[in-house]
Design a binder for this molecule. Structure first.
Ligand code: ADP
Ligand code: MG
Length: 900
């Protein structure tokens, strides 16, 4: 008999090197245990390149076969004595990575492994070849598993679990892995936590909390990820923490085993290390030109990589074969071995590429579903002893290892957006802005109060001055008056003296003398008196006039007049200043409005489990701000009320381009909410938007304006208003000039909404709406195509309704306008929204016999047949089938083509 038969578990081949499996031929011989993942990631936090494949949607997995090493334990004292006369049952050729298993003195079989570790291999070397590549992958964001398999007493625990407290060189894989992880994570941004479990008789016990003794496994139905939410997770910051945990776990394990009357070799010990690392998204959306001067910069999008290292110290493999042999009740023995034999079955199934892998048969295989045939990088170390007495066990251990080498995993990074931290950052930014705004408002109010006070002071001072001047004037007049009276009296006395009292008497007695001269004098005195009265009156009038001047208009007065002029100028300046400040506040508030919108959306995305596009933009306008519909004011609504619609609309006409685009964004976002649409239109917002579309060439403005119009066009009344104000023409021009697919998407969305209005069909078509819609298909971007397809489906539906009601006759204008080739070409588009719209459009067109001939010659019949058979939507499928059956022309053509 020939010796040295070389085997890889797939049959034997004399003296020849047989590869393990065809697909792995090169790996087995040439590759070491080293990582085969392309060097994608950098260990330092924050600098890792971005790889966008999360657990849900990732597709760029890296193939990674399960790596298997074999380790031989040195003879122990007993073996050295008892087996002294016998050779070891194995012979190792580490340089060739081969192991020879002696069957008897003249016959042996050779097996090849990824690594062959002799009895002299140091713990450090074992860690480096078996576990280090797995730990490095875990730090890069992949899951990883290191598992030890072998007969009791062959060194599984020695390899994995030794603490090496007295001799650091004896530290096992658990301690060394944790050292490496802790040395590479950053305490500020990353976290590491540990769970330590024991699986015994299909029950999972928490080694960190012994009271917790029947933990259940939870599987995420979407991603298939398994987790143990009931297990204790302890955050680990340094090696000391970890050693303490391992010691606690070990003590609990001994206690649990005593309680259960078992020994550790019958249970599986599982250490899980959860690593969460933050990386910053490098390809973040760069703020557009117009956003540059904005008060806030968008924070970079944080990402988190969550990975898990699972270290498994299995129960002794001899248990599989010795069920019930040690006095256990049969059921108990079955339970003890259930997990281990299920693991063997799964590995066999995976190695043979079986269609069914019985993962669900045991808790161990459920826990390890990602480790074998999943997305983790996995290393297995099989441990064997040298004694020829255990040849049978050693052989089956080696064969287990050989089969495991055939298991292929598909390594995949688990990466997701860290929405929580982004939302936190946005909230802080918002709070800062609000505080800053409040501060400015306070400063402004104080300033206004100060100016008012100053003005009042000055007015009262001027009033005081005037009163003084008036009083002086009055005194002066009074003096003059008194003087005049005095003069008059003097004159009278003088007159009296001149004519004498006697003479007068004489004249009287005689009845003669100069009687006429007295009369003259009296007349003169009278005249003087009248003059005095007149002067007094004039003085009084003068006083009144001055008084009224003072009361009426202090600025026309003299003296204090220039003072008042100055004051008035200062007041006018203050009013101007106030207006400017108010404008700045509106801008600031509108920016906050914008920011709050984004924060809101982000929060909503979080609520929706991060499934939707965080920056959904204006495409799904109705899905936005809905909170307010529940009578629950969003911060946006509250801010919006503060700023006021009129002011925001006024900013649409601002001279400053930056303010203008900001205002449009705010209006667009507000227009997403049904309750605002009517208010915006009533306040003239629609007209202003159309004016902007007409007057600005700038594509940024046009994009956002189109988005706003698309939102407003959801409402039937608004659709008519848009048409009346020449909107379709403006949208068509915008569509023909636009280069940015986002602009096209907005315009197409707006036109698509208009297409769904029965009353507007004719006008829409005659003003070139259909042609504009089809023209936008040139861009080829699926979001744009989807809007084009929606518009065509909407139009076809209305048209079909009009034909059925007898309002329209003749061939479809969609066909007249040349839409059919595009429809046929995209009817089976890969994108399902596009396909659905077009399928519906085809069904609508096919319902009218006038279209049938064109549809047949254009190839649409084949698409209809396909839809009637393959469409995944039952309703569309049966609509297509019914439509085809009802049309004599289609039926005839199908007969001719022998289509069943
Ligand atoms: P298992 O966990 O597989 O049952 P253990 O790790 O408990 O085996 O090892 C059994 C005994 O053999 C222990 O006393 C251990 O110290 C010793 N041993 C195992 N492997 C080695 C090795 N490579 N070198 C020296 N002693 C070893
Ligand atoms: Mg052990």
């Amino acid at each position: 008999m020939a010796s040295n038969v070389y085997r890889n578990g797939t049959g034997s081949h004399k003296g020849a090197m047989r590869p393990l499996a065809a697909s792995n031929s090169s790996n087995v011989k040439s590759s070491s245990f080293k990582s085969r993942i392309p060097p994608s990631s950098n260990h330092s936090p924050g600098s890792a390149p971005l790889r966008r494949s999360n657990s849900a949607g990732g597709s760029d997995g890296v193939p990674g076969r399960v790596r298997v090493a074999v380790r031989l334990r040195p003879r122990n004292a007993e073996e050295s004595v008892a087996d002294a006369d016998f050779a070891d049952c194995v012979e190792l050729q580490p340089e060739l990575k081969r192991l020879k298993l002696r069957k008897n003195n003249w016959d042996s079989e050779t097996y090849e492994f990824d690594e062959v570790l002799t009895e002299f291999a140091s713990q450090k070397r074992v860690y480096e070849v078996v576990a280090k590549p797995v730990v490095e992958s875990v730090l890069d964001g992949y899951n990883g598993t290191v598992m030890a398999y072998g007969q009791t007493g062959t060194g599984k625990t020695f390899t994995l679990g030794r603490l090496g407290e007295e001799d650091t060189s004896a530290r096992g894989i658990m301690v060394r892995s944790m050292e490496e992880i802790l040395a590479n994570v950053s305490p500020e941004t990353d976290s590491v936590s540990v769970s330590y479990l024991q699986l015994y008789m299909e029950s999972i016990q928490d080694l960190l909390d012994p009271a917790n003794d029947n933990i259940s496994i939870v599987e995420d139905p979407k991603t298939g990820d398994v987790s143990l939410p009931g297990a204790t997770h302890v955050e680990v910051r340094d090696e000391g923490d970890f050693m303490e945990l391992l010691r606690t776990g070990e003590a609990h394990r001994i206690a649990a085993n005593t309680k259960l009357n078992t020994e550790s070799s019958r249970s599986h010990a599982i250490l899980m290390v959860h690593v969460k690392r933050s990386v910053l998204g490098a390809d973040d959306v760069i703020p557009s030109e117009t956003d540059k001067s904005s008060h806030f910069a968008k924070p970079p999008k944080p990402l988190v990589r969550k990975s898990k290292l699972v270290l498994v110290d299995l129960a002794g493999s001899e248990r599989v074969h010795k069920s019930g042999s040690e006095g256990h009740m049969l059921e108990e023995a079955k339970s003890i071995n259930l997990s281990l034999s299920a693991l063997g079955k799964c590995i066999n199934a995976l190695a043979e590429n079986s269609a069914h892998v019985p993962v669900r048969d045991s808790k161990l295989t459920r826990l390890l579903r990602d480790s074998f045939g999943g997305t983790a990088r996995t290393s297995l170390i099989v441990t064997i002893g040298p004694s020829p007495r255990h040849r049978g066990e050693t052989t089956s251990t080696i064969l287990f290892g050989q089969r495991a080498m055939k298991v292929e995993n598909m390594l995949r990074i688990k990466e997701e957006f860290d929405y929580k931290s982004l939302s936190r950052k946005l909230e802080i930014q918002l709070d800062k802005l609000i505080a800053e705004n409040e501060r400015q408002q306070k400063v402004f109010d104080d300033e206004v109060e100060r100016i008012n006070l100053e003005a009042l002071n000055r007015v009262s001072e001027v009033e005081r001055n005037f009163a003084g001047a008036l009083e002086k004037e009055r005194l002066k007049c009074q003096m003059e008056y008194m003087e005049s009276v005095k003069k008059l009296e003097e004159k009278m006395i003088e007159n009296q003296q001149k004519h004498g009292c006697d003479g007068f008497m004489q004249d009287k007695c005689n009845g003669e003398g100069p009687g006429s001269s007295i009369v003259e004098d009296v007349a003169e005195v009278k005249k003087l008196l009248e003059k005095e009265i007149h002067m007094r009156k004039e003085a009084q009038e003068e006083v009144n006039k001055l008084k009224s001047q003072l009361g009426q208009c202090p600025d026309s007065g003299e003296g204090g007049g220039s003072e008042i002029l100055k004051l008035q100028k200062a007041l006018a300046d203050e009013v101007r200043q106030k207006k400017k400040l108010e404008e700045e506040m509106i801008i600031l508030r509108s920016q906050m409005l914008q920011l709050t919108f984004e924060a809101d959306q982000m929060r909503r995305c979080l609520g929706r489990n991060g499934s939707a596009n965080a920056y959904g933009g204006l495409d799904s306008p109705m899905s936005q701000v809905r909170d307010s519909l529940n009578g629950h004011k969003t911060p946006v609504a509250a801010l919006f009320e503060q700023v006021g619609l009129q002011k925001i609309l006024a900013l649409l006409e601002s001279e400053d381009a930056n303010v203008r685009i900001h205002a449009v964004k705010v209006v667009a976002n507000l227009a997403a909410e049904e309750v605002n649409q009517e208010r915006i239109v009533e306040a003239g917002g629609l007209t202003s938007l159309l004016v902007l579309l007409r007057s600005y060439e700038d594509e940024n403005i046009r994009r956002v304006v189109s988005g706003a119009i698309a939102n407003l066009a959801m409402n039937e009344t608004n659709q008519e208003l848009i048409m009346i104000q020449g909107g379709i023409n403006l949208l068509s021009v915008t569509a023909s000039r636009a280069e940015d697919p986002q602009t096209l998407r907005m315009v197409a969305g707006a036109i698509a909404n208009l297409c769904g209005n029965d009353k507007l069909q004719r006008k829409l078509r005659s003003e070139g709406g259909i042609k504009a819609l089809l023209g936008m298909a040139r861009c080829g971007q699926p979001d744009v195509l989807s809007q084009v397809a929606r518009g065509i489906a909407n139009f076809a539906k209305c048209e079909s309704r009009a034909s059925t009601n007898g309002i329209k006759s003749g061939r479809s204008v969609l066909i007249d306008d040349g839409a059919l080739p595009w429809i046929v070409q995209n009817a089976n588009n890969d994108s399902s929204p596009i396909r659905r719209h077009i399928e519906l459009a085809l069904c609508h067109l096919a319902q009218h016999e006038v279209n049938a001939k064109d549809m047949i010659s254009g190839g649409a019949l084949w698409e209809l047949v396909r839809i009637s058979r393959d469409c995944s939507r039952e309703d569309i499928r049966s609509l297509a089938r019914r439509t085809l059956n009802l049309s004599p022309i289609f039926r005839a053509e199908m007969r001719r083509l022998r289509i069943e």
